[in-house]
Design a protein around this ligand. Structure first.
Ligand code: 0PR
Length: 391
């Protein structure tokens, strides 16, 4: 193919893709996502560093340094002790799987449990169901109290001699609620159990909310029983997809899962991730967001999302047909409608281009940085039209 033909083919493919996928990059009417379009600089990084693979760290030693700085930053947000260790992963699901994997293997080494059981709150993300299945762990799902937090008494009752670990959620998918991690930590210490905290969403919000003057829960390594924490970079921080991490209290835990890979360009490579090949671009983007755009950029995003959450709460409260299921503690809102089911409401709103999700029996909205006040005004307008049609 000549240079000219190649150029023509290139442009044609890009043009066709732009047409085919034109509605899928704007997030204009997306109210159901925990991701948000990345800043321009992150997109540029994706283009330039598309071939950087952290699965072969010997080839990318400078990117490995950035990776370690990102991990150190996240460990710091979680108040990890200096003995911490961790890994950048593909997101919350992989981190939660690794956390459960460590719980299983650590309990085998320390307590001789061969066929264990793991305890999850009912609010836990589906990745825990997958993890238990993959790891051949029995799972017990614990109901929530009236505040949508895991019922601590029920956790106590569920613990038996085969229990390898407990999971707590800091910023649940459906409600944004944080479990009461401190009593879970006490239980974990008392019974010598592994405690993993899923702060995939909340972990990148609470530290900044605290700086903005809000009261925030103590969900991280300040609780001495916490052994590992999931925290994502591709959620509100706005880094590239896929990007997450898991931070462990110490190597005493990860040595029960670590694998050596001697044939890579660095023959001392060790991995605790499920994936081998991992995109360096996502780590570089996270580094730029955390270290270069920095705290003021992140605070602005979070502040804005919280103001919009408050605004949306107020607008919804003004509608007689709508009832909020909980007072939002993070940027997640749940509501029901006295005129129709959440399924029907979500379908009607989809006709108008809005993407919402249903969690349990309520309609769920996640107020991410792309959801501005203007977006909310348009949404409320359409919601009112749908409700008026029903009267
Ligand atoms: N833990 C929590 C608390 C989560 O909310 C999620 C996903 C995970 C773990 C898993 O994270 P990964 O998706 O990174 O593996 N939370 C979002 C949700 O289920 C995922 C998502 C994001 C879904 C964007 C849709 C979407 O458009 O809502």
């Amino acid at each position: 193919m000549s240079y000219f033909e190649e150029e023509k083919t290139f442009n044609k493919i890009i043009d066709d893709l732009m047409v085919l996928l034109k509605n899928e990059d704007s997030y204009n009417q997306v109210l159901s996502s925990m991701c948000s379009p990345p800043p321009k600089i992150a997109r540029e990084i994706a283009k330039i560093f598309a071939a950087t693979n952290l699965g072969d760290p010997g080839l990318f030693p400078e990117t490995v340094k950035l990776e370690n700085e990102v991990l150190a930053h996240l460990a710091d947000l979680l108040h990890a002790p200096s003995s911490w260790t961790g890994a950048i992963t593909s997101g919350g699901s992989e981190s939660n799987l690794i956390g459960c994997w460590a719980a299983r293997n650590w309990s085998k080494v320390n307590r001789g449990i061969e066929k264990g059981k793991i305890i999850f709150p009912e609010s836990a993300h589906v990745s825990f169901e997958k993890a238990a299945d993959l790891l051949n762990l029995e799972s017990e799902w614990i109901p929530l109290n009236d505040n949508f937090q895991v019922d601590i008494e029920a956790v106590k009752e569920a613990i038996d001699y085969r229990t390898v670990g407990i999971v707590g959620i800091a910023g649940a998918t459906g409600t944004g609620v944080c479990d009461d991690i401190n009593p879970l930590s006490d239980l974990a210490l008392e019974k010598n159990l592994y405690l993993h905290v899923d702060a995939a969403h909340g972990g990148t919000i609470y530290p900044y909310l605290k700086k903005l003057g809000y009261d925030v829960p103590i969900y991280g390594f300040e609780n001495p029983g916490v052994k590992s924490v999931t925290i994502d970079t591709h959620k509100i921080l706005g880094s590239l997809i896929p990007g997450g991490s898991i931070i462990f209290r110490s190597e005493e835990i990860t040595k029960t899962i670590v694998k050596s890979i001697t044939y890579l360009s660095d023959s001392s490579t060790k991995q605790i991730t499920i994936t081998g090949t991992r995109p360096g671009s996502s780590v570089i983007a996270a580094w730029v967001i955390l270290k270069k755009l920095g705290e003021s950029y992140i605070l602005e995003r979070i502040k804005e999302s919280f103001e919009v959450t408050k605004y949306l709460t107020q607008r919804l409260n003004e509608l007689a047909e709508i009832k909020l299921v909980f007072e939002p503690s993070l940027n997640i809102i749940g509501f029901t409608c006295n005129q129709m089911t959440s399924e029907d409401l979500v379908k009607e709103l989809l006709q108008k281009g809005w993407h919402l999700s249903i969690y349990s029996n309520w309609t769920r909205i996640v107020v991410m940085p792309h959801v501005t006040k203007e977006v909310i005004d348009k949404f409320i307008n359409d919601l009112e039209t749908v409700l008026n049609k029903e009267m």
